[in-house]
Design a protein around this ligand. Structure first.
Ligand code: PMP
Length: 396
């Protein structure tokens, strides 16, 4: 009988030269547990997914409750089902007035696909503007928006009429014109290594979009659901998107995504020809029940209140000459070293010592720190002790 690790290597498509290769049997709160009693403090939350921790009891209860009723009934948007209806209402309550029409999908990439189709349909324009070092997904449309040429080269031709501009550079805003259907921006760029735009820049971007009639799509797939200290990161910049995308942390560990907009914009999906976007599993009732519970946990346990203090504790403790800079908005953090060659052994060593971190797709010299928001101060101290010990052993 082959072990799960052998089966994984033999039969599961491998996607990276450096798979973490941890074997995990169980996860609870901020910890994952291996088959031989290993314990790992999870500092990445499955890339911003487990914001309320692994297997939060409220989320499990919601899933179990829905399992008793039904699983899948019909493709999206045909049958009235309480979980997506109630979740759409709860999401609207977290958003500025008017941003209250939700289309549920099953992943982040699909949310981006839907948002871009919606913008094209509504404006009747074709051009999409995205940013250097952006990451919006892996399907061919979302891939076209990514700002890293090395990820796209092998798959051309991709979507035509996509323009990339520099992040946080007001001069480039003039390239957004009356031809532009939408500008898509991660409110905080994630895979670029946590790049936070200035408030002035985001406001100027929104003003430019309004001036030329382009829609502003904010991608909060990584930064949403409390990760940055407010429920949505855009709340900290005094802007409001025309279309918002979310996924990842939204499901509390279940797969779900959404694009959200105003009624009059979303309505264009219904115009001739009908069915502007179709999904079989979007708005899956079990995922929606889990997502509603996740949203309630963030609010009722007041998880947002301590996000900045927790981030500050990491920053106070993670001081070492090898650490060049820490960028963050809330608990979306990047700890920068001089190179991947320095960082990689530190990450490997930290895993052996029981703390799981990794690096960013487009910034391999920065360590990702994005723990569950439920992490406690003693657990943060444990994480920092491990990282500092790993640095001490690996940096000479
Ligand atoms: N947008 C952003 C900002 C992301 O971080 C990601 C995932 N890393 C995606 C889109 C794509 O999400 P998914 O992997 O669920 O398709």
């Amino acid at each position: 009988m082959l072990s799960p690790r052998q089966l994984f290597l033999q039969h599961q498509a491998q996607t990276t030269d450096f798979p973490l290769l941890l074997e995990v049997e169980r996860a609870e709160g901020v910890y994952m547990y291996g088959p031989n009693g290993e314990r790992y403090l999870d500092l990445i939350s499955g890339i911003g997914v487990s914001n309320v921790g692994h297997r939060h009891p409220r989320v499990l209860q919601a899933i179990q409750g829905q399992l008793e009723k039904y699983l899948h009934l019909m493709v999206y948007g045909e049958i009235v089902q309480a979980p997506p209806a109630q979740l759409a209402h709860a999401l609207a309550q977290t958003l500025p007035a008017g941003l209250d029409n939700v289309y549920f999908v099953s992943s982040g990439s699909e949310a981006v696909e839907g948002a871009c189709k919606l913008a094209k349909r509504f404006t009747g324009r074709t051009e999409l503007v995205a940013f250097e070092n952006a990451y919006h997904g892996s399907t061919q449309g979302s891939l076209s928006l990514n700002g890293s040429e090395s990820f796209k080269r092998a798959f051309r031709p991709l979507l035509p009429d996509v323009r990339h501009i520099r992040h946080n550079q007001v001069e480039d805003l003039a390239q957004i014109t009356s031809r532009t259907a939408a500008v898509i921006l991660e409110t905080v760029q994630g895979e670029a290594g946590v790049r936070v735009p200035s408030v002035d820049y985001l406001q100027a971007l929104q003003a430019r979009c309004k001036e030329v009639g382009a829609l502003l799509i904010l991608d909060e797939i990584q930064s949403g659901f409390g990760r940055t200290g407010t429920f949505w990161a855009f709340e900290q910049f005094g802007v409001v998107p025309d279309i918002l995308t979310c996924a990842k942390g939204m499901g509390g560990g279940m797969p779900i995504g959404a694009f959200i907009s105003r009624q009059e914009i979303m309505h264009s999906l219904k115009n001739d020809p009908m069915l502007g976007h179709i999904t079989t599993f979007g708005g899956h009732p079990v995922s929606c029940a889990a997502s509603l519970a996740t949203l309630q946990v963030i609010q009722e346990e007041e998880l947002l209140l301590q996000v900045n203090a927790k981030a500050a504790r990491f920053k106070e403790r993670l001081v070492h000459p090898a650490i060049k800079e820490i960028r963050n908005l809330g608990l979306m953090m990047a700890v920068e070293f001089d190179s991947f060659d320095i960082l990689k052994p530190i990450i490997d060593n930290a895993i052996l010592k029981g703390a799981l971190t990794d690096w960013f797709l487009f910034c391999d010299k920065s360590m990702r720190i994005a723990p569950p928001l439920t992490i406690t101060f003693p657990e943060i101290d444990e994480a920092c002790d491990i990282i500092l010990a790993a640095i001490a052993e690996e940096v000479r």
